[in-house]
Design a protein around this ligand. Structure first.
Ligand code: FAD
Ligand code: SF4
Length: 505
């Protein structure tokens, strides 16, 4: 009986049970298709990273003795549609059974369920299944991440002493989150600097519309399991000791600070979340004189907490989630999101490095780019599309929950208990952006006043009906209501001027 097994571009899991045995009756298929390059405009580095990683994975499977059909973008037989290609192969090869792993994206899950008339097999890629996730939150009023995280720590016995947290404390956030000291130079990021010119030319020749920039002679991202493991080693040896402390820090000269940049490798399943944290914990255990508990706890929380949590929310709330727009925001994103040309230094650098590296770290995504989009009232569809396109690690299950949910509060509070908005005060506290900015971080109104300062109050004022009763925001409204009406009017006027001139900020 001939079996055709599909491997999607984000299912590059060498350890999957599928590959434990070789079977001459099983043919694996992988394909580079326009359906996937075109559903949104992707960053050029994202497309190159996916296809390069897929090709290397197919090669590895072949070396191990598996049969693999790989349709390149320019293969004559490639119809560029997933299901059409599958239909053709099934006919041509006299296939009797078709198998696939459950996709992580709703869009593909529906397409394949329609095609195969059955669901895919367990992916083995995550630490908790969507059904266990909904079971955990069943009957609870809110989806508190912290509760979920503690359950995961207990379930896997991670940093635990019996049923208690190892050091008596679950969360070390309060010790973390420092600005980089002046003259502090973070470690240079490990990059792989591969020549991907051929892939670059193929993407150009096929006239795929992309965003962002690339140096095809020195491609920085890990695209194989070996490189991903090297990146993990580099992280634990060089970055872990400062990870928590500078997790939220931002600097115009340093694009990745002490972040791991493992999201792409994990999201395409080249490495598993469990092996990442096991490696990090082992290194911490052996180096406790150098690495404090707050660093390792902060890192573990991102992966077994936030990452798994977002996936659970996604499968619990799709497809409705992608239509949510709690504030009814409808503005277009300004054009400078595609070229970084704005006088706002924080945005110039955060957007600029996103275009240069297909990467920005969490706080740049949340408290600079997302914060501005929310304050300006941009339509969450536009924001989602940009994030889904620009980042190397952007796959809808983790992109939309972070963007539409955590960052834009378009879900009305499923992921976060209040909108993440801030004025220049916060950005200045965490970054070195404001000092050399065209705008004045301390001014709310008038010449060169920082746009974040007026937009912040304008946002709260516009949405008082939806937000003023939220106990976590109450203080902001107390401050706003204490201001004299002339001052309020001036601030609102300033915000209006800026919003009307958003393209030139
Ligand atoms: P590190 O800072 O080194 O963190 C380690 C790992 O923790 C990450 O690799 C990631 O797997 C995990 N992690 C940390 N925070 C989160 C989170 N909030 N949700 C899920 N996993 C998390 N992450 C994506 O993988 N894809 C996305 O498309 C994506 N879009 C985002 C959009 C917005 C608006 C925001 C605020 C965050 C988004 N994130 C996304 C989460 C986070 O910003 C990235 O995972 C992280 O910046 C990736 O870089 P890193 O590997 O260096 O992370
Ligand atoms: Fe950003 Fe305002 Fe600071 Fe400039 S002054 S970097 S616009 S927060």
């Amino acid at each position: 009986k001939q079996i055709l097994r599909l491997i999607l571009g984000d299912q590059l899991n060498h350890q999957h049970s599928w590959y434990q045995q070789k079977d001459q009756n099983i043919i694996y298929v992988m394909m580079e298709i326009r359906q996937e390059t075109d559903y949104v405009n992707h960053h050029i580095q994202k497309i190159i990273a996916f296809f390069t990683a897929m090709r290397a994975f197919a090669e590895d499977l072949r070396t191990q003795g598996h049969q693999v059909i790989y349709l390149t973008l320019d293969d004559e037989k490639n119809t560029q549609s997933l299901t059409q290609n599958l239909d053709n192969l099934i006919q041509e090869l006299n296939i009797e059974a078709f198998e696939y792993q459950q996709p992580d994206e709703y869009r593909l899950s529906e397409q394949l369920k329609d095609f195969a008339k059955k669901s895919g097999c367990d992916t083995e890629h995550f630490m908790i299944s969507p059904s266990e996730f909904s079971e955990f939150f069943k009957g609870k009023k809110t989806f508190l991440m912290e509760n979920f995280y503690r359950m995961m720590r207990k379930k896997y016995g991670i940093l635990m002493d019996g049923s208690e947290p190892l050091t008596g404390q679950w969360n070390y956030d309060a010790d973390n989150r420092k600005k980089l000291p002046n003259n502090h130079r973070p470690v240079e990021p490990l990059t792989f600097d591969k020549d991907v010119s051929k892939m670059y030319e193929l993407v150009q020749k096929q006239e795929i519309k992309t965003i962002g920039r690339v140096n095809p002679k020195a491609f920085i991202w890990a695209t194989t399991r070996a490189e991903s493991l090297a990146l993990l080693d580099f992280f634990v040896e060089n970055c872990l000791e400062n990870f928590g402390t500078y997790e939220d820090a931002m600097h115009p000269s340093y694009w990745s600070i002490y972040h791991s940049r493992l999201s792409f490798s994990m999201n395409v399943k080249l490495i598993s979340p469990l092996e990442v944290i096991e490696k990090a914990i082992k290194f911490w255990e052996e180096n406790q004189d150098k690495i404090s508990i707050s660093q390792i706890e902060g890192f573990v929380r991102q992966i077994i907490g936030w990452r798994e949590y977002m996936r659970g929310i996604y499968w619990g709330k799709m497809p409705d989630y992608e239509t949510l727009n709690y504030f009814n925001h409808d503005r277009k994103l300004p054009n400078w999101f595609w070229n970084g040309q704005t006088k706002m230094n924080c945005l110039k650098h955060s957007v600029g490095q996103s275009l240069d590296f297909a990467y920005a770290h969490h706080i740049q995504r949340l408290m600079v780019i997302g914060n501005f989009s929310l304050l300006a009232g941009v339509n969450p569809n536009e924001v989602d599309e940009w994030y889904l396109g620009v980042y190397i690690d952007a796959i809808q299950w983790v992109e939309i929950t972070n963007t539409r949910g955590m960052s834009q509060y378009a879900d009305g509070g499923i992921v976060g208990s209040k909108p993440y908005v801030a004025s220049a005060n916060y950005i200045d506290k965490m970054s070195h952006y404001c000092g050399t900015c065209f705008y004045d971080k301390s001014k709310k109104t008038g010449f060169k006043a920082c746009p974040f300062n007026s937009l912040y109050w304008d946002f709260y004022d516009r949405h008082a009906d939806k937000l003023s009763k939220n106990p976590r925001i109450g203080m902001a409204y107390v401050t706003w209501n204490k201001m004299q009406s002339s001052q309020k009017a001036e601030i609102l006027k300033q915000a209006e001027i800026y919003l009307n001139d958003i393209e030139n900020l």
